[in-house]
Design a protein around this ligand. Sequence first.
Ligand code: 6PG
Length: 228
Amino acid sequence: MVRDGAAFVEAAAAWLADAIAAVLAERARCSVALAGGNTPRAIYEHLADRYVNVPWALLDIYFGDERRVPPDDPASNYRMAYESLLSRVPIEPTHVHRMPGEREDALAAAREYESDLPESLDILFLGLGADGHTASLFPGAPELRERERRVVPSTSPVPPTGRLTITAPVIAAARRVALIAAGASKSSVAARALEGSFDPYRLPAQFALRGSWILDGEAASLLRVVPA
Ligand code: 6PG
């Protein structure tokens, strides 16, 4: 799906609201893993402002990845989600499961979060890095071959380097997946991921190819076939 500017934000927020409604039509509660980075902020704000009928009390919020920083750090994905969404909707703090990025022992933090993560997420919202990463699964990283563990520490080539991230099995098990990307810096990687050869070791975002890709015009500018 390709939309520009405000329509991109609306389309992504609508995808989330519709996915939540579809899950709750079948199940009593809905688990949603949020994307980090900058692109989601406007989408989360729009969701909080416009989609007032989302039954937040029936949601359990998780994260696809986190930077290994305290939750009040400007680089924290939790902080971004808290400021743009979670502090602005009626959700119980006990239903918000943030990744403990500040924990000294990253392996223990990953294990702890893994035990808290549902077997299959109902909704997984992902971003796209200009290098083809998604969550904190970076090109060529050993974590990409992980098939047992569902949450692992990882290392980002750009600061903050320390990360915690879900792994490919979690992406594969998620019931509904969307990936968002905006801006010209994502155009080449979006075209390679969607229209190039399948090699998630080089383009980890391809683990989410079965999902809905929501792009703005710039990010979609190099696509031969523009998805509807
Ligand atoms: C993170 C993210 C990461 C992000 C991409 C895109 O913690 O950095 O989860 O996967 O989605 O890097 O980031 P932008 O939206 O800032 O371009």
